[in-house]
Design a protein around this ligand. Structure first.
Ligand SMILES: C[S@@+](CC[C@H](N)C(=O)[O-])C[C@H]1O[C@@H](n2cnc3c(N)ncnc32)[C@H](O)[C@@H]1O
Length: 164
């Protein structure tokens, strides 16, 4: 879905990488006609296209599927100097986060009651292994100067530019 959005927005040379063959097959048929290079591979395996460096590495709801430190290091390795890593990830709540979770919980509950709740069909990992605070600290260590933001619905975002 993310790759399709990027391709529709006119981003050239989109490479959609996922380790799961079924996910890729569904995505490919759903978004047929878009200019996307669908690659079934492990993120930690040698990069598609050899030592190719990318202008941007973007990831939605995936970082909690593997070791986050290794994942962030891998993202940064795949990027050309001056390129951008952008991540929307999922984090776990600790007790200090609970007040902020009340509203999203009510919205989710309401959506389910009204039959408006949608769930994707990709593999899931739940709960996320790291809390918001752990993600923030880890990202600041691995990607110095990263912009971290906390969002509702267990989400956070990270944006980091590799120094030119
Ligand atoms: C919740 S989905 C992300 C959905 C995707 N961002 C989108 O926009 O459609 C997480 C995906 O991470 C993939 N994944 C998990 N470990 C991986 C790895 N080591 N290398 C590549 N993909 C991996 C899973 O197969 C799963 O499809």
């Amino acid at each position: 879905m993310l790759s399709a959005e990027l391709a529709r927005a006119g981003v050239p040379g989109v490479v959609a990488l996922d380790i799961d063959a079924d996910v890729l097959a569904r995505a490919k048929s759903r978004h047929a006609g878009l200019s996307i290079d669908w690659v079934q591979a492990d993120l930690f395996a040698p990069a598609p296209g050899g030592n190719r460096l990318f202008d941007a590495v973007v990831s939605v709801a995936s970082l909690h599927h593997f070791d986050a430190r290794a994942g962030l290091i891998r993202f940064s390795e795949l990027m050309r100097p001056g390129g951008v890593v952008a991540v929307v990830g999922l984090a776990a709540n600790d007790w200090r986060d609970l007040p902020l979770e009340v509203l999203p919980h009510c919205v989710r509950f309401g959506a389910k009651m009204m039959g408006r709740y949608w769930e994707h069909s990709a593999p899931t990992v739940w709960p996320p292994p790291l809390t918001y605070r752990q993600v923030k600290q880890l990202a600041g260590t691995v990607l110095p100067g990263v912009r971290y933001r906390r969002h509702f619905f267990s989400r956070y975002s990270l944006v980091w530019s590799r120094p030119a």
